[in-house]
Unconditional design. Sequence first.
Length: 344
Amino acid sequence: MKFSFKNDYSEGCHPNILEALLLHNLDQQAGYGEDEYSLQAKELIKQKIKNSNSEIYFVSGGTQANLIVISAVLRPYQAAVSASTGHILNNETGAIEATGHKVLSIEKEDGKLTPEDIIPVLENHRNVPHQVMPKLVYISNSTELGTIYSLKELEELSAFCKKNHLYLFMDGARMGHGLTSEISDLTLEKVAELTDVFYLGGTKNGALIGEAIVINNTELLQDFAFNIKQKGALLAKGRLLGIQFLELMKNDLYFDLARHANQQAMKIKNAMKERGVEFLADTYTNQIFPILNNDLIEILSEKFEFYVWKKIDEDYSAIRLITSWNTNDTAVNEFNEIIKTHIA
């Protein structure tokens, strides 16, 4: 069986979560997220972001989180702004548009947005009331290309959004990986301070399923729970999500798992860099995009699964490798040995 570098959710979940689900399996609890595990998990998250006024809602997946947040906070005539690589633009089957909101795209090779990127979008939507109104800026950390925001970049973007009355929403499907990157100076507390809404992704970081939506702008809380119910995201057995996030938040397991994934990716990246391999993007998270000869890609694909991300020319392509909380040294070392054997 081939080892998969295709994604960071090939495995089930961390053993601590499985054990906790089994331990509490026969406990009778209130439904719809009012169980003691969900309430404890929410309190732990509030402690870590140092904001008792934030509200947390657990849902099952990232696309679900994105469409619920965006459709809940926007009026029918308002639109979201996203980098061209954004998940809501490319990998959610028009889920945002299906809720009645346009997604305005900005071409960005590194997957990150800056105030300078957004200014032309605002200027090109001044024909009131004939055009949609840009109202929400959607970003990801880490991005779909594995890049991350620095504290300075997020501060500047947050200030710009506040000045222009825009909501700032951070997709945190890989939040753990972004914050534990070796070059990151951003903290979870700062993310909560600088965004209106974000979410902590569990699906791609050791959970069976689950994302924790964190609303920091209390103006957006009105009727938010109704949107979760209407979109089919309010689980009767909400405990299944609460138990998982309680385990992930305990003793910072969430960040330990993400840090491990990052470190395994960097072992592969460094082994390639030593042999002069170039990358589509210079990333320091669990996603790397090396540019390799197509013949070598064929050799690697005999033992490993991964995506061929982009054709560079007739002889070279960029592949995407993603490591997870459970990626072991054996797989990494075997991959690196093939690289060393075939690249002088």
